[in-house]
Design a protein around this ligand. Structure first.
Ligand code: SAM
Length: 238
């Protein structure tokens, strides 16, 4: 199960900090009745994950909120009045962070339904469908200052297939950012160590003044997840 499947409504926004050092009394589920081994493991990891607990306590819809907060602390991507597009936004942690940090408008899309968030326009749909990009831009009412993509699908377990699907999502998000961002804008995408790089990295390096790989503390250390942060968009190609 992915983080995007955390379907919790919470109320208070987080204050930051690294909760990873807290706790120490690991909980075990008493029964695995009706669960597969991987579901059981996922559940045990969730109830023992300090970021999940912190997100719940502070009102963030997902532990992923801490990843964007950390990236933004470092790169100052979200500015007062920013227009933001969030690709793969469910359950809405990144949308909450963008709004909390002063974004004027946030438009998000996800395959899954997302409970409404005041100040955001959220679409249930597939970003890779023809016309979806234009739809998001119309809703935003202009070019974005920031394009975020945390899109990830459930893996099928076949390494080569999973890899190709991940790369395809990164490429389509990167092309969208390059085609639509305002000059000076920024792009953040989920990536995987040993993943994409290649073509898309070259395109990003040509289109932005700086491109960095970042592994936020809130990103599980045992996962190959990293984020690509591209800043200083040079302007759409003509
Ligand atoms: N950043 C989110 C947050 O803070 O709550 C978490 C995103 S979750 C890790 C990844 C999401 O990508 C999933 O909800 C999944 O449904 C979505 N996704 C994957 N492929 C997509 C696609 N083609 N179009 C839209 N959303 C997609």
């Amino acid at each position: 199960m992915s983080e995007g499947e955390e379907r919790r409504r919470m109320v208070r926004p987080p204050t930051g900090g690294d909760p990873a050092g807290r706790g120490g009394t690991e909980k075990r589920l008493k029964t695995a009745f009706g669960r597969t081994t991987s579901q059981q493991k996922w559940l045990e990891r969730q109830i023992n994950d300090p970021y999940v607990l912190k997100a719940k306590a502070e009102g963030w819809r997902s532990r992923a909120a801490f990843k964007l907060a950390e990236i933004d602390d470092r790169f100052r991507l979200i500015k007062r009045g920013s227009k933001v597009i969030d690709l793969g936004c469910a359950p809405g942690g990144w949308v909450q962070v963008a709004l909390k940090r002063g974004a004027e408008k946030v438009v998000g899309v996800d395959l899954l339904p997302v409970d409404p968030i005041p100040g955001a326009d959220l679409v249930e749909g597939d970003f890779t469908e023809p016309g979806m990009g234009e739809r998001l831009l119309d809703m935003l009412g202009g070019a974005p200052d920031l394009v975020l993509s945390d899109m990830a699908h459930n893996t099928v377990g076949h390494k080569a297939t999973d890899h190709l699907r991940i790369v395809a999502l990164i490429e389509i998000a990167a092309d969208f950012a390059i085609d639509t961002l305002k000059p000076g804008g920024a792009f953040v995408t989920k990536n995987f160590q040993g993943g994409s790089a290649g073509d898309v990295l070259g395109r990003l390096k040509a289109a932005f003044t700086e491109v960095k790989f970042v592994k936020p503390k809130a990103s599980r250390q045992d996962s190959s997840e990293v984020y690509l942060v591209a800043t200083g968009f040079k302007g759409a190609p003509r």
